[in-house]
Design a protein around this ligand. Structure first.
Ligand SMILES: [Zn+2]
Length: 151
């Protein structure tokens, strides 16, 4: 048997968004989702990063993509995590129109208590659009969630 000590850590931390992250978050204030285009392969990368992970070249060509796209994956979470909404909540990878990569997003606008309904509504290929916060502050939470596009 070994001794166990219960403790609680509370560590203040400042996280840098970097140059690409700063431009991405600032654009959210104007309801714009910005990515970068790779000069080699031409892919539009969302979220934007300083280099293309396939070509290993710098990216600096900014491109605005749509706030609508299609679901790639979805999952429903029933456990509380710090900094995330009260459960149940749905997250998924969404590939926005004009982008070649997906972005992890909250999915919502429907009753999330029935996971089967959530998976049916947000099945791969389902169309979704961003629901924007009224007062935006340049944070990822400026997009409340992505809701189903009817039709
Ligand atoms: Zn590339």
């Amino acid at each position: 048997m070994v001794l166990k000590f219960e403790t609680k850590w509370e560590i203040p931390y400042v996280h840098s968004a970097g140059e690409h992250g700063t431009k991405f978050f600032e654009a959210l204030k104007d309801k714009k989702i910005m990515g970068v285009k790779c000069p080699e392969c031409g892919r539009v990368l969302i979220p934007p990063r300083a280099f293309c992970e396939r070509c290993f070249v710098d990216t600096a060509d900014w491109v605005e993509v749509s706030d609508e796209g299609e679901v790639v994956t979805v999952t429903v979470t029933y456990i509380k995590f710090t900094g995330l909404p009260d459960p149940p909540y749905a997250t998924g990878i969404v590939k926005l129109d004009g982008a070649d990569t997906g972005m992890l997003c909250l999915l919502g606008g429907i009753d999330l208590s029935d996971w089967k309904k959530v998976h049916e509504t947000f099945k791969p290929g389902a169309r979704v659009r961003a629901v924007w916060k009224e007062e935006r502050e340049g944070k990822i939470t400026d997009i409340l969630y992505f809701e189903p596009v009817e039709g």
